[in-house]
Ligand binder design. Structure first.
Ligand code: PLP
Length: 406
């Protein structure tokens, strides 16, 4: 399909509005993405026409909702190229998926003095669950360092892998820096020592073609809302061999086979990990979002987003006094920067008043900002519905900040 940006923008109703009398420029896509009409319509159709609880009913609507839910699971399996649909576990999002693995994999496979390896550039979601697990189990959290560009130092990573390492948990794309990590190489090195790898895919699934079989990752986690789908739904992909061995995470309805007061037996995959009523509308919305992305073409999206990133980088570099945080060779869709000594929050307020939505602060990645010895940045993050004109509007807003603060 031809990539027609004007037509694409029409698919996103929220982008049509004005903020403070100016057309909205939405550059906070790493926090959450906007939803195309087809996703909104899918969720709304579910509640208008199909709403019923799934898996347990015998009536028409329950069967219909169950069928749509399981078709969606297969569609999502296909999108990330997982081997089996029962390797797709529905969760609330990336945070929930990582907590599931930390709790369940942790219970089964982590013991005293074991090591879990993460990197400096992780989101808090991929730090805190491991930290808590390590405290509980008296295990050790080890951290892969980065260089001044915001790239992991591969040699040190290799040296950190040892017989005590029980898991590597690393982000595919950094939300604070935009760095694309060489996860395929990381996985391959870890597997040579039989160490499984969890990939935090929250920021890669919206921008890169993700093929879990090709990556050979053991776990891959993402959130629907960062990939044009509703909030409150996400996925944990896990290899069958691990999921089969891992104990249930939460317990209650859905995840059981048989319950007596003496003993409960657990359901098979994927239901063993899906206790309680799931977000059916959200799952259908996620499946619709993937259909929509396929229609636009994932290669088209990648090419266009790279063009945007290059344009924004070149234009922003022309402004005197900007300091860029995260200048890795391989990057996607995120530019983090500081304007002289101006506090990011003050700059953010002025940029907002110009109708441009960006994010300021630590982006839930405090350790990496500590590493750069700064409290926060201004972050512009792009999606395929953004335009070069919108980047020009961001630049205008930055120039206004500089003018106001002298
Ligand atoms: N990991 C990364 C890299 C992220 O960027 C985010 C959200 O910003 C998360 C994890 C957490 O995602 P969620 O809040 O949707 O669970």
């Amino acid at each position: 399909m031809e990539f027609d940006i004007n037509k694409i923008r029409q698919d996103f109703p929220i982008l049509q509005q004005k903020i403070y009398g100016k057309p909205l420029v939405y550059l906070d896509n790493a926090a959450t993405t906007q939803k195309p009409k087809v996703v909104i319509d899918t969720v709304s159709k579910y509640y208008y026409e199909e709403n019923a609880n799934i898996h347990r009913g015998v009536h028409y609507l329950s069967n219909k909702a169950t069928e749509s839910f399981e078709i969606a699971r297969k569609n999502i399996q296909k999108y990330i190229n997982a081997e089996n649909s029962h390797e797709i576990i529905f969760t609330k999002g990336t945070t929930d998926s990582i907590n599931l693995v930390a709790s369940s994999f942790g219970k089964k496979f982590i013991s005293k003095d074991d090591e879990i390896l993460i990197s400096v550039m992780e989101h808090h979601s991929n730090i805190v669950p491991w930290q808590i697990l390590c405290e509980e189990k008296k295990a050790k959290l080890r951290v892969i360092p980065i260089n001044e560009k915001g790239e992991i130092i591969f040699d040190v990573f290799e040296k950190l892998l040892n017989e005590k390492t029980k898991l590597v948990a690393i982000t595919h794309v950094s939300n604070a820096l935009g760095t694309i990590n060489p996860v395929k190489e990381i996985i391959s090195k870890a597997h040579k020592k039989n160490i499984p790898v969890l990939i935090d895919g929250a920021q890669s699934i919206p921008h890169l073609k993700v093929d879990v079989k090709e990556l050979d990752c053991d776990f891959y986690c993402f959130s629907g809302h960062k990939v044009y789908a509703p909030m409150g739904v996400g996925v944990l992909y896990g290899k069958e061999k691990f999921l089969e061995e891992m104990p249930p995470y939460q317990s209650g309805g859905e995840m059981i086979k048989n319950v007596t007061f003496e003993k409960t037996t657990f359901n098979e995959l994927p239901f063993k990990f899906e206790a309680g009523t799931p977000n059916v509308g959200g799952v259908l919305g996620l499946s619709a979002a993937f259909d929509y992305l396929n229609k636009i073409g994932r290669e088209n999206i990648e090419v266009y987003e790279n063009e945007l990133l290059n344009y924004a980088t070149e234009e922003l570099q022309k402004i005197n006094g900007l300091r860029f945080i995260g200048t890795a060779k391989h990057k996607t869709s995120v530019i983090s920067f500081l304007i002289g000594d101006i506090h990011p929050y003050d700059a953010g307020i002025i940029i907002d008043k110009m109708g441009v939505a960006i994010r300021t602060g630590h982006h839930c990645a405090q350790p990496v900002l500590d590493w750069f010895k700064i409290p926060g940045t201004i972050r512009a993050s792009f999606a395929f519905y953004n335009t070069k004109d919108e980047i020009d509007r961001l630049i205008e807003a930055i120039l206004q900040v500089i003018k106001m603060f002298g």
